[in-house]
Design a protein around this ligand. Structure first.
Ligand SMILES: CC(C)(COP(=O)(O)OP(=O)(O)OC[C@H]1O[C@@H](n2cnc3c(N)ncnc32)[C@H](O)[C@@H]1OP(=O)(O)O)[C@@H](O)C(=O)NCCC(=O)NCCS
Length: 226
């Protein structure tokens, strides 16, 4: 578990929000936040379409990471609501989603995208690293978007992970806002998949229909040396 000294770097009040670690008592609310916000609004999830099994699968993956103690929430102080979450995990050489019992096709497709774009980035060979902190989910509730929360999460998380001794932070970004936030903080692009080129499990059929796509529909692996 991270040290109390490191938690001091990230926890605290900012504007109307309280940044704090996710405690076991918060797990359910955090999973619900992810299911109802991230799975509905993140670009890839939105294209794939929300359904209960999809939301449950993403919540399940999140639940596997929470006990690592690297994830945080921003609570809206006046109402006590979760305004935003930042789910992070320690990527180790043997990290894999393979054994996770996923129910929905959408979550399998989403993880296929993550696996492919990370394989393409190949940071293990290109940068000689086999472990890093991976930002898995950034999510702000619609009521609190565009007030700087995701950016503040990045700043605080970078300081926290540095205090914890991590040397690299990696994230797959799919939103124009997180692209902007990561570039601003010195993350560098490692790979990119344009959604029109992303293929289904048969490696032949495009997953997404061309008419549903815009120039904003692409994902990139971003890496920062801490
Ligand atoms: C992406 C998301 C987390 C951004 O959260 P947020 O708290 O609104 O983000 P911020 O307010 O910190 O904005 C981040 C950057 O994007 C810009 N931005 C945010 N919303 C914007 C908007 N509607 N129009 C233009 N720019 C916007 C901000 O100005 C900021 O840039 P800056 O640091 O140069 O000022 C949020 O929209 C969300 O939860 N979306 C659904 C889930 C998702 O896509 N997650 C990320 C996947 S990689």
């Amino acid at each position: 578990m991270p040290s109390e000294e490191s938690y001091k770097v990230i926890e605290g009040d900012w504007k109307d929000f309280r940044f704090r670690r996710v405690l076991p008592a918060d797990y359910e609310a955090v999973q619900e936040h992810v299911a109802q916000n991230f799975v509905r609004d993140e670009n890839t999830c939105k294209l794939l379409g929300w359904n209960e099994d999809f939301a449950a699968d993403v919540s399940l993956v999140v639940s596997l990471f929470l006990p690592e103690g690297l994830s945080f929430i921003a609570e809206h102080i006046p109402t006590g609501k979760i305004a935003g979450v930042r789910i992070t995990f320690h990527h180790k050489p043997d990290s894999s989603f393979d054994g996770v019992p996923l129910k929905s096709r959408n979550s399998k497709i989403l993880l296929k995208l993550v696996n492919e774009i990370e394989e393409m980035a190949d940071v293990v060979n290109k940068h000689g690293i086999d472990t890093w902190a991976e930002f898995f989910i950034a999510s702000t509730s619609p009521d609190f978007r565009n007030q700087g929360l995701a950016g503040e999460f990045y700043d605080r998380s970078i300081n926290f992970l540095t205090a914890e001794g991590f040397k690299h932070a990696l994230v797959v970004v799919t939103s124009p806002y997180t692209r902007k936030a990561t570039i601003k903080r010195g993350f560098e692009q490692q790979s990119r998949i344009d959604y029109e080129n992303f293929l289904d499990f048969d490696e032949k059929t495009p997953v997404f229909k061309k008419e549903d796509l815009t120039s904003e529909h692409y994902a990139m692996v971003m890496l920062k040396t801490l």
